[in-house]
Design a binder for this molecule. Structure first.
Ligand code: DGL
Length: 272
């Protein structure tokens, strides 16, 4: 039994899609969330910069006495997971649980992946999927405009800009015959309705935040680190830029109002 909070981080708001799942499955657990809103997006940055940011994000969470860390970010999981693995706490990214879910779901063995430029260039999802099933065919497409759209609240399915951008990117999958599409960035579930409308009913979408959250639950169970019966959750949210915008968008990502004050931290104070 371990009543310390679970630490979750992302470049911005996207990781809240994983927090939403965690809160549903483990309502008694406390969560410390850090969204690096001052430096989002990560997915267009160099591997060196993403690793530096990851070291600082993890260092910050560790100062909050967390019991495990979830990198709720496809980009960090793809480029800098070794930093998490060496952080001295139980750690998971999103790749393995998401690849496992895709393999469970696919019938044709043809799997699409959408993610940030850094994620797609790394080939990380493809490696994880093929490690589970070498015969699987993986088609990957970077969608760099999705993260700024979500961070700026441009998400309504009826918005012509959203429709245009989603159609433009997903056009890549025409004729590929995929039956499963990995939303390889935790921001993308916010655009899920628009993505599903373009891909059609024959394609199942895999939410990487949800799969990672479910994996966290398994890890906590296996490690005997679930919180005690009757624990009352205390959530904390931190960002590295303005708190105001975060609050309203966070409500959308979480599916309910943020029930705690959102606080600013100066992430540059943490060791890189
Ligand atoms: N949510 C992050 C991911 O899963 C977005 C990365 C970014 O900031 O570009 O990849």
């Amino acid at each position: 039994m371990d009543n310390r909070p679970i630490g979750v981080f992302d470049s911005g708001l996207g990781g809240l899609t994983a927090v939403r799942e965690l809160m549903q499955v483990l309502p008694q657990e406390s969560i410390v969330y850090f969204g690096d809103t001052g430096r989002v997006p990560y997915g267009t940055k160099s591997a060196e910069t993403i690793r530096k940011y990851t070291r600082q994000d993890i260092a910050f969470l560790k100062t909050n006495g967390v019991k495990m860390i979830l990198a709720a970010c496809g980009t960090v999981s793809s480029v800098a997971s070794e930093i998490g693995d060496a952080c001295g706490l139980p750690f998971t990214g999103v790749l393995r649980p998401t690849a496992e879910a895709a393999i469970r779901v696919t019938k044709t063995g043809k799997i699409g992946v959408i993610g940030t430029q850094a994620t797609v260039s790394s080939g990380s999802y493809e490696r994880h999927v093929k490690a589970l099933d070498p015969k699987a065919e993986v088609y990957s497409c970077a969608c760099p405009l999705f993260v700024p759209f979500v961070e700026n609240g441009v998400i309504a399915p009826e918005d012509p800009m959203v429709r245009l951008v989603v159609e433009r990117y997903l056009h890549y999958f025409d004729e590929k015959g995929i039956d499963t599409l990995i939303l390889g960035c935790t921001h993308y579930p916010i655009l899920q309705e628009s993505i599903a409308a373009v891909m059609g009913d024959s394609v199942t979408l895999i939410n990487s935040g949800r799969e990672a959250a479910l994996h966290c639950v398994e890890m906590l169970r296996e490690n005997g680190q679930l919180c005690g019966e009757g624990a009352s959750p205390c959530h904390q949210f931190f960002v590295s830029d303005q708190v105001d915008g975060f609050q309203s968008m966070a409500d959308i990502c979480l599916g309910h109002a943020v029930d705690a004050a959102v606080r600013f931290i100066d992430i540059d104070r943490y060791p890189a």
